[in-house]
Design a binder for this molecule. Structure first.
Ligand code: NAD
Length: 502
C-alpha cells in the first residue's frame, strides 16, 4: 500500500520513522476503496519542522518583497502548467468532478496572483511633520512562523489562501491539511520549492487532533489559521488564543437563497442546482436552504426544481456528463443519510429522496442522489445544523421580512443570496442581513482575491478574514516609528508632560 508522507525539508520521504507510526486511510470516494495510507505526525515531528522554519524565516523576511513576489510569479506559472494533473489528483481523493477540481485550484491561484503584487500591498504609512521636526511611519512586519489547518473540501484553494499570504509577507509556514485528501497539499509544496522558495519555508505535516493540539500549544508558532467545522473551529480558537497566538478560525455554514416573487426563476433554479448539489453539497458556500417568498413563488419554484433535480447526474470525477461526484467518506455518506431520515422524522416533506442511489460499476462508491425537502421549519434540527451533502431544504416565507429574518437568526452566517429584479429590495437585504457574505443574483458569493473571505456568527471565530487586505493584517504586525532628528537647539518643551505634538 502506498504511503503518503509529510513534505518537510528534503521533500516527501524525508521523515520516515520520525512520525508517530500511526496512519490513516485515504479513500478513493468513487470506488470506496482505500488507495493509500497517510503518515500521521506527532509533537516530535512538529519540533523538527518548527526548528527548520525558525532557521529559514529570518532570511526570507529580509529578502526584498519584489524578490519574494518573483517566487509567487513562478509558482503561478507552475500551477498553470500542472493544472490538469493537480485537478485529477484532487478529484481522485476528494471525489469532485474534474472541472470543479480545476475551480478549486483556480480560486487558490487567484490569491497567489494577489501575492504577486505584495510589494505594493505591503507599503506602509507615513506622516511627514506629525509634530515639530517629527515624522511618523508604520510598517508591517511578518509574525515569524504561521500554521494553517485546513478542511477536506477545498484541498487546493484553502491552503493557498493561507500560505500564499503568510509567505508573501515574510513568514515561514507549516500546513496541516485534511487527512482525507493530502496529496494536493504535498504537491503544492513541491511546486513551491521548484518555484524557488527556500527549502523548509513551506512544510506540510499530516496528522489528526494530536498534531493540531501540538500546533496550538507550540510556543514558536505565532499565528494559526483554521478552516473546518464550527465546533472544532471554536475549540481551535480558544486553545490557540489561550496559548497567546493570533487565531482566525472559520467554521461551518447553512447558507440561504431567498427567492423573491419577481426573481428570474429559470436563472435561480439553474444557479440553485449548482449551488445546492455541486460538489455533492460539500461547500461552505453551498446554498442548502432555499426560501421562496410567498406561496405562489414556492409553487412556481417547486414546479421548476423537480425536473431540474430529475436531470441531475451524480457520477465519477472523470465523467464529463456528471454534475457532481461522491461524498468524501463512507461515514460522511451515512451522516448525510441520517440527516435525511431526521428531516423525515421531524415532519418535513421529503419530495425527492436521494438515498439508495447506486452508480452502476461503482456500487461501493460514496454516492448520494439529490434530495429535496419542502415545508422545512425553523424548529427542526435538520434545519439548524449543517448537513454538508446534496440536500436542498425549502423553507417557505410569507414575506420579505420573514425571509430576511431566517438567515439573520440562524446560528451560522457565512453566505446568503437573494434572487430578485428589484434593486431596492436587494439593497435593503444586503444592508440588513446578519451574514458575512452576500450574493445578489449570485449564488456562491465567494469574494475575489483582492477582497476578503469570512462569515459571521458561528461561521467564524476571530476578527480577521482570509486573504486580501484582511489576510495581510492577519499575517503581519504593525510597527509604528515616531522619529525626530534634533537640530541640537532643543524645542523647549517640558519633558515631564506626555508629548502632545501641540
Ligand atoms: P473538520 O472540522 O472535520 O476538519 C478540519 C481540520 O480540523 C482538519 O485538518 C482536521 O484534521 C482537523 N480536526 C478534525 N478533528 C479535530 C479535532 N477533534 N481536534 C482538532 N482538529 C481536528 O472539517 P472537514 O470535515 O474537513 O471540512 C468540512 C467543514 O469545514 C464544514 O463544516 C464546512 O462548512 C467547513 N468549511 C468552512 C469554510 C469557511 O470558510 N467557513 C470553508 C470550507 C469548509
Amino acid at each position: 500500500m502506498r504511503l503518503i508522507d509529510h513534505f518537510i525539508t528534503g521533500g516527501s520521504g524525508a521523515a520516515p520513522g520520525s512520525y508517530s507510526g500511526r496512519t490513516s486511510d485515504v479513500y478513493n470516494p468513487s470506488t470506496g476503496q482505500v488507495q493509500a495510507k497517510l503518515a500521521l505526525g506527532d509533537a516530535a515531528l512538529l519540533e523538527k519542522v518548527v526548528a527548520t522554519a525558525k532557521e529559514v524565516q529570518p532570511a526570507w523576511a529580509a529578502t526584498n518583497p519584489q524578490k519574494r513576489a518573483r517566487v509567487m510569479f513562478k509558482f503561478k506559472e507552475l500551477i498553470e502548467a500542472n493544472m490538469d494533473d493537480l485537478a485529477l489528483m484532487l478529484s481522485n481523493e476528494h471525489g469532485k468532478v474534474i472541472d470543479d477540481a480545476k475551480g478549486d485550484v483556480q480560486r487558490g491561484l487567484e490569491v497567489i496572483e494577489y501575492c504577486c503584487g505584495i510589494p505594493q500591498v505591503l507599503k506602509g504609512e507615513y506622516t511627514q511633520g506629525a509634530g515639530p521636526g517629527i515624522d511618523v511611519y508604520s510598517m508591517r512586519q511578518p509574525l515569524g512562523i504561521g500554521a494553517g489547518i485546513t478542511p477536506f473540501n477545498f484541498p487546493a484553494m484553502i491552503p493557498m489562501w493561507m500560505f500564499g499570504m503568510a509567505i508573501a509577507v515574510g513568514n515561514a509556514f507549516i500546513l496541516k491539511p485534511s487527512e482525507r485528501d493530502p496529496s494536493v497539499p504535498n504537491r503544492l509544496a513541491e511546486l513551491f520549492l521548484e518555484a524557488g522558495a527556500p527549502e523548509g519555508l513551506l512544510q506540510v505535516i499530516h496528522g489528526d487532533k494530536e498534531m493540531v493540539d501540538a500546533i496550538l500549544d507550540h510556543p514558536d508558532i505565532a499565528a494559526v489559521s483554521f478552516v473546518g467545522s464550527s465546533d472544532i473551529a471554536h475549540y481551535v480558537y480558544k486553545r490557540g488564543v489561550a496559548a497567546g497566538k493570533r487565531v482566525q478560525a472559520m467554521g461551518g455554514a447553512k447558507n440561504h437563497g431567498i427567492i423573491m416573487p419577481d426573481a428570474d426563476l429559470d436563472q435561480a433554479v439553474n444557479d440553485l442546482m449548482g449551488a445546492a448539489y455541486g460538489s455533492a453539497g460539500e461547500r461552505c458556500m453551498a446554498l442548502p436552504v432555499v426560501v421562496p417568498v410567498g406561496e405562489d413563488t414556492a409553487e412556481r419554484l417547486k414546479a421548476k426544481l423537480l425536473p431540474a433535480i430529475d436531470a441531475l447526474r451524480p457520477g465519477i470525477a472523470t465523467d464529463p456528463d456528471a454534475h457532481y461526484g461522491p461524498v468524501v467518506t463512507k461515514q460522511h455518506k451515512e451522516k448525510v443519510e441520517a440527516w435525511i431520515q431526521k428531516g423525515v422524522d421531524e415532519g418535513a416533506e421529503l419530495v425527492v429522496d436521494g438515498r439508495n442511489f447506486k452508480l452502476q460499476g461503482y456500487e461501493e462508491g460514496f454516492f448520494i442522489g439529490p434530495s429535496l425537502f419542502d415545508h422545512v421549519t425553523t424548529d427542526m434540527e435538520s434545519y439548524k445544523e449543517e448537513i454538508f451533502g446534496p440536500v436542498l431544504q425549502m423553507v417557505r416565507a410569507k414575506d420579505f421580512e420573514e425571509a430576511l429574518t431566517l438567515p439573520s437568526q440562524h446560528q451560522y452566517g457565512n453566505g446568503v443570496a437573494i434572487f430578485t429584479r428589484n434593486g431596492h429590495a436587494a439593497r435593503e437585504f444586503a444592508s440588513r442581513v446578519n451574514v458575512g457574505m452576500v450574493g445578489i443574483n449570485v449564488p456562491i458569493p465567494v469574494p475575489v482575491s483582492y477582497h476578503s473571505f469570512g462569515g459571521w456568527k458561528r461561521s467564524a471565530f476571530g476578527d480577521t478574514n482570509q486573504y486580501g487586505t484582511e489576510g495581510l493584517k492577519f499575517w503581519t504586525k504593525v510597527k509604528t516609528v515616531t522619529q525626530r532628528w534634533p537640530d541640537g537647539g532643543g524645542d523647549g518643551s517640558n519633558a515631564f508632560v506626555i508629548p502632545t505634538m501641540g
